[in-house]
Design a protein around this ligand. Structure first.
Ligand code: PLP
Length: 263
């Protein structure tokens, strides 16, 4: 049957080291058996030691990538990752108003684990005001949720309140990822559009191979949505997938290695 293959797109930055960004997303789409496409916002020169430099792609070329995909494919889900700066966030917002790429997962990527800034600070407000209202799901980690809301989040209660605040701002479904907390378990709080909420907990795994975890998690959810999986199930599958990816360590490079996409 024509167009029966699940098709999914990532709008993000390239990681030359293959562990995060566009590369992690495409590997995850492949592992989840969805046909993956990419709209590249920026290039990074990167390895397991960190990001050495980055180069944003001109906005009119981002328009061209959106146009090429919209003209041909039946995209059933999408995700955003590294968006670089305000100009690029606005370019993505304007394009999303013109195309239908299905449910949108916004992973509000801000700073890489090594400390390199992947989004200019003044773009956070634009993400909050213009991109989040278009999102089906937003997946901030604790530092990202703190930046979006301008307050510190330390307790479980804070995570619940943060999810409610993001929903009040117009985001439909929220996952606050607890991976950066000091707790023995990595617990994420999920608040759905219908008011249902739940925690997803998994044992914290001692490993240095966590590069690209956030990208992989949101990419898995996007792939599942493209396949027609119901949202709650897609989110739980995302958690299971990332837990398996972190548990079965691979050894690549000499710094903080990537997660395992074929776990
Ligand atoms: N580089 C790019 C291009 C990314 O999109 C991301 C995603 O968040 C990262 C790096 C971050 O990687 P890390 O998981 O090491 O923070």
């Amino acid at each position: 049957m024509i167009n029966s293959t699940p098709q999914v797109v990532t709008i993000a930055g390239s990681d030359s080291g293959g562990g995060a960004g566009i590369q992690a997303d495409l590997k995850t789409f492949q592992a989840r058996q969805a046909f993956g496409m990419s709209i590249i916002i920026a290039l990074t020169a990167q390895n397991t030691y960190g990001v050495q430099s980055s180069l944003p792609i001109p906005s009119d070329f981002i328009d061209s990538q959106f146009h090429s995909l919209a003209e041909d494919f039946s995209i059933k889900a999408s995700k955003t990752g590294m968006l670089a700066d305000t100009e690029h966030v606005l370019t993505v917002v304007e394009n999303f108003k013109k195309v239908d790429f299905g449910p949108l997962i916004v992973d509000p990527v801000m700073v890489a684990k090594g400390g390199h800034q992947l989004l200019e600070y003044d773009a956070v407000q634009t993400i909050k005001e213009q991109l989040l209202p278009l999102a089906t799901v937003v997946t901030p980690n604790l530092p990202e949720a703190e930046m979006l809301l301008g307050k510190s989040i330390t307790t479980d209660h804070d995570m619940i309140e943060a999810a409610k605040s993001l929903q009040a701002l117009g985001t439909r479904n929220i996952i606050i990822k607890g991976g950066h907390s000091q707790n023995t378990e990595a617990s994420d709080f999920v608040l759905l559009e219908n008011g249902e909420s739940f925690w997803m907990s998994a044992p914290r795994i001692k490993t240095a191979s966590t590069h690209g975890t956030g990208d992989t998690f949101s990419a898995c959810i996007a792939a599942e949505l493209a396949k027609g999986t119901q949202l709650k199930k897609a989110i739980i599958t995302g958690k299971e997938f990332i837990q398996a990816a972190i548990s079965q360590e691979i050894f690549v490079g000499h710094g903080h290695g990537p997660t395992n996409h074929w776990a």
